[in-house]
Design a protein around this ligand. Structure first.
Ligand code: AMP
Length: 392
C-alpha cells in the first residue's frame, strides 16, 4: 500500500510517502511559507534534494503540486494508486484515544476542539480539507498527539484547581508528543520481545516531554493542558509559577497574551542562555566558556533527571529508559549529564556506547540497573502505520 503521512502547519505542509508493510520511504518534502509570499517546496527523492520556488497561495495549491510531483516522478501512475492519507492532528481532546477515519462527524468534533489548540488544530484542519477536496475518494485518517495519553488516571491528569474548571471547560492535563512516545514504546517493546515493559521515554527536541508507560499504557507525561509545561525546552519555559504572569504584565505593561508568548517563544534554552534555542549552539557556547549556556543546559539536564526519578517511582521501577528526538538522539554530552544525575537509581552509562548519534543503540553499561537506549523516533512512519492498520 502507498500511504501518505501529512503534517500541516499554518503556513507549512510536510509529507512523506511510504510503502507499507515494507516501511519503505518513497518520497518526502516540505511546502513552506504557504500564503505568506516567497513560498517554495523541497522534495527528497532517491537521496537527492530538489527545491522549487512556486506561488503557494493556500494549502490547496500545495496539495496540487504534491500530486503533480508524485505523478511526474512516477511514484504513482494515477491517484488511484494512493491508498490512504494519515494526518497529524495535535489535539483530540477526550474524544479520541486512538487514530480514526476522517468523516464529516470527525470534522464537526475537531472544529469544536479548536479552543484547546487554537494555533495547531486550525492548521491541521486546513490541511485535511485541502486533501479531502483534491482526493475525495482516498480514505483519510487522523492521528492525534494527545490520544496515547488518554490512559492517564484522574490522579495524574487533573490539576488541583476548582473541579468545575475540568467539568465545564475541560481544564486537565492532555499531554502531547503521543505519536512519538507510542512509536518508541512499540519499537523498544518489540525489540525486547515484551508487552509488559515499564518505559521512561525521553523525547528531547525543540519541544520536549517525558512519558512513563506501563505495558503500553501511559501513566503520566510531562506536558499538560498545553505543550508549555514540564521540561525546559528550546524556547518554552516548562513548569513555572502562574503568578509570574500577572506580575510581569504589571512590571512590563504587557498583555496576558504577550507574557504567554514570552513563556512560549522567548524562554527555555533561549531565555536562559540569551544565545539560542538550538542545543548545538548551546553546546558550542559551553565549549567557548559561555556560563549562561552552561547554566541553561544544566537546568535542562536536572529537570529531565528529576522527572526520570519521579517516573521511576510512579512505575515502581522502570525496565528501560529511552532517549529520542533531536537532542535525545544526538547530544552525547546531554545524555551523559542526565544519566550522571540519576546515578542514585543505579543507572550507568557506557561512555563508548554513548558515543553515537541518531542510531538505535544500547548506551548503558552491563551493570546498569536500568538499561538505557537511544531509539530514533519516526512520527511520520507511525502515522502511516496507523493509516495502514485502519484501512487494510
Ligand atoms: P527536534 O525538535 O527533534 O527536531 O530537535 C531539535 C533539537 O535537536 C535542536 O535543539 C537541535 O540543536 C538538536 N540537535 C540536532 N542535532 C544535534 C546534534 N548533533 N547535537 C546536539 N543537538 C542536536
Amino acid at each position: 500500500m502507498k500511504l501518505l503521512s501529512v503534517n500541516a502547519g499554518s503556513s507549512s505542509l510536510k509529507f512523506t510517502l511510504f510503502e507499507l508493510p515494507e516501511k519503505k520511504e518513497l518520497i518526502s518534502g516540505t511546502f513552506e511559507k504557504i500564503g505568506i509570499g516567497n513560498s517554495f517546496y523541497t522534495i527528497k527523492l532517491n537521496g537527492e534534494k530538489i527545491k522549487r520556488e512556486v506561488d503557494l497561495k493556500d494549502h490547496g495549491v500545495a496539495v496540487n503540486y504534491l500530486i503533480e510531483e508524485l505523478t511526474n516522478n512516477k511514484i504513482i501512475d494515477s491517484l488511484d494508486d494512493l491508498d490512504g492519507i494519515g494526518h497529524r492532528v495535535v489535539h483530540g481532546g477526550t474524544y479520541y484515544n486512538q487514530s480514526v477515519i476522517i468523516d464529516d462527524k470527525f470534522m464537526e468534533v475537531i472544529n469544536s476542539l479548536i479552543d484547546l489548540a487554537p494555533i495547531h488544530n486550525p492548521a491541521n484542519i486546513t490541511g485535511i480539507k485541502a486533501f479531502r477536496d483534491a482526493l475525495p475518494n482516498v480514505p483519510q485518517i487522523a492521528v492525534f498527539d494527545t490520544a496515547f495519553h488518554q490512559t492517564m488516571e484522574k490522579t495524574e491528569y487533573l490539576y488541583a484547581v476548582p473541579y468545575e474548571w475540568y467539568e465545564k471547560y475541560g481544564v486537565r492535563k492532555y499531554g502531547f508528543h503521543g505519536t512519538s512516545h507510542r512509536y518508541i514504546n512499540k519499537t523498544i517493546s518489540e525489540y525486547l520481545g515484551r508487552d509488559d515493559l515499564k518505559v521512561i521515554s525521553c523525547h528531547l527536541g525543540n519541544g520536549s516531554s517525558l512519558c512513563a508507560i506501563n505495558a503500553g499504557k501511559v501513566v503520566d507525561t510531562s506536558m499538560g493542558f498545553t505543550p508549555l509545561t514540564g521540561l525546559i525546552m528550546g524556547t518554552r519555559s516548562g513548569d513555572v509559577d502562574p503568578s509570574i504572569i500577572p506580575f510581569i504584565m504589571d512590571k512590563e505593561n504587557k498583555t496576558c497574551d504577550q507574557v504567554l508568548n514570552d513563556l512560549n517563544k522567548k524562554s527555555g534554552l533561549l531565555g536562559i542562555s540569551g544565545v539560542s534555542s538550538d542545543s548545538r549552539d548551546i553546546e558550542e557556547g559551553i565549549e567557548n566558556g559561555n556560563e549562561r549556556c552552561a547554566l541553561a543546559n544544566e537546568m535542562l539536564c536536572r529537570k529531565v533527571a528529576n522527572y526520570i526519578a519521579m517516573y521511576n517511582n510512579m512505575l515502581g521501577g522502570a525496565d528501560v529508559i529511552t532517549f529520542t528526538a533531536g537532542i535525545g538522539e544526538n547530544s552525547i554530552d546531554t545524555r551523559k549529564r542526565i544519566i550522571e544525575l540519576v546515578e542514585s537509581l543505579g543507572v550507568k552509562l557506557d561512555a563508548e556506547k554513548n558515543d553515537v548519534r541518531g542510531k538505535f543503540t544500547l548506551i548503558s553499561s552491563d551493570d546498569s540497573k536500568i538499561p538505557v537506549y537511544v531509539v530514533p523516533t519516526n512520527e511520520e512512519l507511525m502515522i502511516a502505520m496507523d493509516t495502514y492498520e485502519l484501512i487494510k
